[in-house]
Design a protein around this ligand. Structure first.
Ligand code: ADP
Ligand code: ADP
Length: 229
């Protein structure tokens, strides 16, 4: 668990005449255990900001602090973060079990510990009967569960979600939203969640960051953000 502090975070893609500023000095303080939803029009910089927090993208200027560590100075594998993507990004040739275990194996955890974590995640996410299947043999909702499982077995200090439910049909979206809500209620992992869905924003977000053109236009509770004057 960890608080996240964004201090005048900037991102410029390209160099010289081709340089494009896409994030223009964002400040935000996210409390330990808080669930923050980020919304904003396509192209406003949400994914870029998530990827910078995840260490998948260089920070052009400013600082991102997670817990007591300045992220800019860390190697990606030193960051205690797990990210869930819209397209799940599962390994197609691995079973469900192997997909969830892989990151832990790379991290050097003992076999027994890996097995315990994967089995526990499988119970939480109702994947117990599917552990030997490959992603091809799963429904969209089940794949999304595996992606979530792969994130939670890492026991990260921070969860990042990039529109994790947008490829699911309406019924599954509701179900997975409730599961994410339950998961946060029990794990209390600091979470940053990008969505276009107002229902997700209102039900999951303790606070919201409203992005527009690379700027955080508003930071507040869903009630404050959606309040009509
Ligand atoms: P969002 O997630 O809000 O849709 P993005 O963070 O994906 O926005 O993109 C923000 C802006 O940065 C967009 O104008 C996009 O075209 C641009 N952009 C994203 N990735 C790159 C890249 N690798 N190189 C150059 N420009 C990029
Ligand atoms: P691989 O590069 O083969 O996927 P790992 O799964 O060990 O190897 O990942 C290497 C590093 O990439 C991790 O230490 C972590 O920082 C990052 N990483 C891997 N998976 C995720 C994920 N789901 N979310 C965020 N970061 C990840």
């Amino acid at each position: 668990m960890a608080a996240i502090h964004l201090k005048q975070v900037r991102k410029t893609y390209g160099r010289g005449a081709k340089a494009v500023d896409v994030i223009h000095g964002i400040d935000a303080d996210i409390a330990d255990g808080e669930f923050i939803v980020m919304v904003g029009p396509s192209g406003c910089g949400k994914s870029t900001l998530l990827r910078m927090v995840a260490g998948l993208e260089e920070i052009s200027d400013g600082q991102i602090v997670i817990g007591d560590r300045v992220v800019n100075e860390l190697e990606p594998k030193e960051r205690d973060i797990a990210m869930v993507f819209q397209n799940y990004a599962l390994y197609p040739h691995m079973t469900v079990y192997e997909n969830m275990a892989y990151g832990l194996k790379i991290a050097g955890l003992a076999k027994g510990e890996i097995d315990e974590r994967v089995q526990r995640a499988a119970v939480i996410l109702e994947l117990g009967a599917l552990l030997e299947r490959t992603p091809r043999q799963l429904s969209g909702g089940q794949r999304q569960r595996v992606a979530m499982g792969r994130a939670i077995v890492r026991k990260p200090a921070v969860f990042l979600f990039d529109e994790p439910l947008s490829n699911l049909d309406a019924k599954l979206r509701v179900q997975m939203r409730l599961e994410i809500q339950k998961l946060h209620a029990s794990l209390r992992t600091t979470s940053l969640y990008v969505t276009h869905d107002q229902v997700e924003a209102m039900t999951l977000g303790q606070r919201m960051i409203v992005m527009n053109k690379g700027v955080a236009e508003q930071i507040g509770t869903p009630a404050e953000v959606y309040a009509r004057p």
